[in-house]
Structures are given as C-alpha cells and as structure tokens.
Write a protein that binds this ligand. Structure first.
Ligand SMILES: *[C@@H]1O[C@H](CO)[C@@H](O)[C@H](O)[C@H]1NC(C)=O
Ligand SMILES: *[C@@H]1O[C@H](CO)[C@@H](O)[C@H](O)[C@H]1NC(C)=O
Length: 504
C-alpha cells in the first residue's frame, strides 16, 4: 500500500509541489544537525521534539529542499524552546538499518520524533522555509488550542481546512482525555481546538451542550457532530468524514492532501478527467456527484481531475486529450475501465454497466506498428497475444523503458541475437516499451528494466536472468526452445520439474 501511494504521489502531487519550491542559496553556518548510525538513537533520545529528514545525496527533491530546510532550522534555532532540525543520509550503507526501521520508502521523508523518539509522526507540512517554520511551531506546541472567543474560532476554522473541535463544560474527565488522545494522534493531519461552549463556533447547531466533537470541513456537509467518545469510534469517524464525496484534483495545493487520501484508499477508484473551463464541465460534475453520492459506502471512491493538472495521470494511464471528458476506473485487481468522451447523461448508466461487469477492461497500448521489419520485432499491448502467445513460435521478449541505460546497452546485443536467428522461422526476438503498454501481470513480473522473458513455442514462460551477452542469451534460447506439439503435455507439471530453474 505504501509503495503504491508513493507511485501515485509521484504521478500526481509531488510534480506540482516541486515546481512551487524556489531554490535559495544555502547559508554558511549549518543549523541542520547531521546524524548517522552512530549517534541517531542518542540524539533523538535526548529531544522532546526533533525533526529528521531522511535523504539521499543524489535525490533532486532533497537538493531543492536543502536550502529551505536550513533556513527553517536557522529561524527555529531561536524559537523558545529551540526546535531542532536534523538530517541523515539514509542511502548510506551504514545508515540503511535506521531507514528500514523507520519504513523510509522515498526521499526525502521527514519525520517528527517526540518524547525521545517514543512518538513518531510523518511530517506533512510545506517544503519551503516559512511554511516549515509555521508548521513546526504548531506541531511543537499543544495538540489542541483553546478557543475562548468567536475570534479565536474564526482564526482556527477557515473555509479551506479541516478542524476538529471538542466542546466540554470543563476540560477534564474521560471524554476530554479521549479527545486529547485523538488530537495527539492525528495532529499532523488536522487542526484541533477545544471550547467550553458551542456558541463560539462559526457553523453547526448552536443549542447543543458538550461533551461533543464537531468536525469542520471545506466540502460536502461542512460540519458534522459526534457524541461517541470511544477512541476507536472517533478515529473511524474522522477517517470517514474527511473523505470528500468527490475529491478534486487541480493545481490548488489545498486539495492535494485529499488526492493523496483518495489514492491511499482501499476502494475502487473512479476518475473523471476533463477541462474545468469547458461549457459542459458543470453539468458533468453535477451528474458525477449524484452518482458518487449514490455509491457512498459501497466501495468506490470518486475523483474529478482538471486536464491542466493531469499530464502525469494521462501518461500513467496512456490516455489522450482527445478522449476528454473521460472516466477511468481502476479496480483493485489492477484492471482499468475507460469511458472516453463521456456525456453528462451517460455517467450513471456507464458506472452501472461497470458495476454489472459489462464493461471490457481497457489496456494502455501503443498502436500496432505498420511496418515491423527490423531484426528485433516491436510488440505492443494489442499485439502481445498474436506475436507472443498465439504465434506458436519461440519468442524472446524484452520489456524496456526508453530512458533505461541498461536497455540501451542491451539493444545492439539483442540485434545480433535477432540477426543470428533471421533464417530460423521458429524464433522471434522482440521488445515491448513497458512504459507505454500495459503488461498482463498474471503472466509477467516486471520489476525493473530490462526484463527478459522467453515464451517457448508450446507456451512455457521462463524469465531470463543470465548474462546479457549474445552467447548467454542464445544458449538459453537453445535450451528452452521447443515446438508446438510439446503443448500436448500438461504444461504445469513439466515446468515445475524443469531442471536448472532456481526457486529463488
Ligand atoms: C475512551 O476510549 C476508550 C478506548 O477506546 C474507551 O474504552 C472508553 O469507553 C472511552 N471513554 C468514553 C467516555 O467514551
Ligand atoms: C480548456 O478549455 C479552454 C476553453 O475552451 C481552453 O482555452 C483551454 O486551452 C483548455 N485547456 C486545456 C488544457 O486544453
């Protein structure tokens, strides 16, 4: 799940955040503390509150963050009490264990350590100096701020943020303790405040008495009350009520936390992409919203994305601007379903068709090339069946990425192999751009580039992980090639008894 989220975040959110960061010169005196494996536990253990950046020297986003982080550290060093910012090179072999221990999956990752490391939270604040300073000042103070007046409330509760307010006649007792525990636990995600009277609060029923928790949000019903103070119930309540009926994905950074939440959800994901400034936009949004409301709590989450902000998503899914407005559904098994050029009146019926299992899955594919007469044949998603599985030939297939250096090195070697087999009608050497074509996950496991698979004429699939030399590859092909008649044998049994195949 975490891994998937980081891919999504890269596609959607961070591309935007990164572009809004301005680079500034680093100052000469370093305020950021440098940690390593020898002193990490010691230093963290000594602090009530310390922030640690897990970084890698080669990481571009880390380099952009560095001057901002240093500037924030310099400002926060004179805060009372001082707030310490530290960093650790988690890509360094010696520090790896610490990174693993803290489940670092990407760089930079910032974590807040409280009480000598007993409490750990992900840093979810901005990445420029002033934003870092504001966020950390708040994080180092009390989890919940007391609201003593309407002015206090209006300062805390805006029309852009989620705020959770506890209302108590007196700030003591089990309900108050549970509220405080909730605030401590979720403080890096939401704003918290407590008040002795609902009359200070800007929205919601004003004739109710505490104890009660009122959640303010900038979407849907805007305010929701809860009176059950069981900690688990409260957490679930917050989790559920803070997901918008329709998540908006555009260039507004206020919406990005919800986008991250959307992709982190275990639900099926429906996404409507369109040009927000188009005439049909409002009609479509309205219809889409109606459907989203209808499917609430039924395992589908809904997002609407502005074309202008969605290039990453278009590339990822292999979509074209000419298909806009479109709905794409990503199911939990990885299958995708596409409705291009959708009209407002088709939204509900198409989602229903999908639910009923009547929409065929959509595959990202390059077009089948008109000519394919180079020694190494080009395979795309749409021709994979014909060239590899149904051809009755022995096919060596390379999954590559256009930007991959090792693939470029392999290309002339594959060419040579292909030329060597040019007079053999039963052997095909082929390649597939795995960034532009969906790959059936039940047949191939492609974790890096290049990945080589051999599909024998009878349909036995074997991954090649030997030397990337002409000799090595040809030896392998000769060992595993067969002819179509071999398919009469039960495939599963023979391949599991196959000699020379490592279980690893
Ligand atoms: C506070 O939370 C605990 C743990 O969930 C629960 O057992 C207890 O009943 C809660 N107290 C109140 C007053 O709801
Ligand atoms: C969206 O539509 C507007 C108005 O028709 C147009 O000016 C704009 O270029 C479109 N945006 C994109 C990203 O296509």
């Amino acid at each position: 799940m975490g891994r998937r989220l980081s891919i999504w975040s890269a596609v959607f959110v961070f591309a935007l955040i990164a572009s809004s960061i301005s680079a500034e010169e680093a100052e000469s005196k370093e305020h950021v503390l440098t940690l390593d494996h020898s002193n990490f536990d010691d230093v963290v253990g000594k602090h009530d509150f310390i922030v640690v950046e897990f970084y890698a020297p080669w990481c571009g986003h880390c380099k952009k963050l560095a001057p901002e982080y240093e500037k924030a550290a310099s400002i926060l060093s004179s805060h009372d009490p001082p707030i310490v910012l530290a960093k650790i090179d988690a890509s360094d072999e010696a520090n790896r264990k610490i990174g693993t221990q803290h489940e670092i999956q990407g760089f930079p990752t910032l974590k807040i350590f409280r009480n000598g490391g007993k409490g750990v939270q992900e840093y979810k604040g901005p990445r420029e100096a002033d934003g870092i300073v504001d966020y950390l000042k708040k994080q180092s103070g009390p989890a919940s701020a007391e609201i003593k007046s309407t002015e206090d409330a209006n300062k805390l509760i805006t029309d852009k943020n989620i705020v959770i307010v506890g209302v108590f006649a007196k700030f003591a007792g089990e309900e108050f303790e549970n509220y405080t525990a909730l605030a401590e636990k979720l403080r890096s995600d939401y704003e918290f405040g407590h008040a002795s009277d609902v009359k200070y609060l800007p929205r919601g029923e004003s004739s109710v008495a505490g104890p009660l928790i009122r959640l303010f949000k900038p979407f849907d019903e805007l305010v929701v009350d809860v009176k059950d103070f069981n900690l688990d119930t409260l957490e679930k309540f917050v989790e559920e009520t803070t997901v918008p009926t329709v998540t908006i994905f555009d260039k507004d950074p206020n919406n990005h936390p919800f986008v991250a939440k959307f992709f982190n959800s275990p639900n099926v994901k429906a996404m409507l992409f369109m040009n927000f400034t188009n005439e049909v936009a409002e009609a479509l949004k309205t219809k889409y919203r109606e459907v989203a409301e209808q499917y609430k709590g039924k395992g589908i989450s809904f997002l609407v994305g502005d074309l202008e902000a969605s290039q990453g998503a278009f590339q990822y899914f292999g979509l074209k601007e000419s298909q806009v407005p479109l709905i794409i559904i990503q199911a939990n098994d990885g299958q995708k379903y596409l409705k291009p050029n959708v009209e407002p009146d088709q939204v509900a019926s198409w989602i229903m068709e999908y639910k009923d299992g009547n929409v065929p899955p959509f595959k990202k594919s390059e077009p089948i090339p008109e000519t394919n007469d180079e020694p190494v044949k080009v395979v795309v998603s749409e021709s994979l069946q014909d060239i590899v599985f149904k051809s009755g030939k022995n096919v060596l297939l390379e999954f590559y990425a256009p930007w991959c250096g090792h693939c470029k090195k392999l290309a002339p070697i594959l060419d040579e192999v292909a030329i060597s087999y040019e007079s053999d009608p039963n052997v095909v050497i082929a390649k597939l751009d795995a960034t532009a074509n969906d790959i059936p996950g039940d047949a191939f496991e492609v974790k890096g580039y290049p990945t080589l698979y051999f599909s024998s004429a009878s349909g036995k699939l074997t991954q090649y992980d030997g030397d990337r030399t002409k000799e090595g590859i040809m030896e392998f092909i000769e060992k595993y090639r067969d002819d179509k008649t071999a398919a009469q044998e039960p495939i599963k049994e023979t391949s599991s008894e196959e000699p020379g195949k490592d279980e690893l």
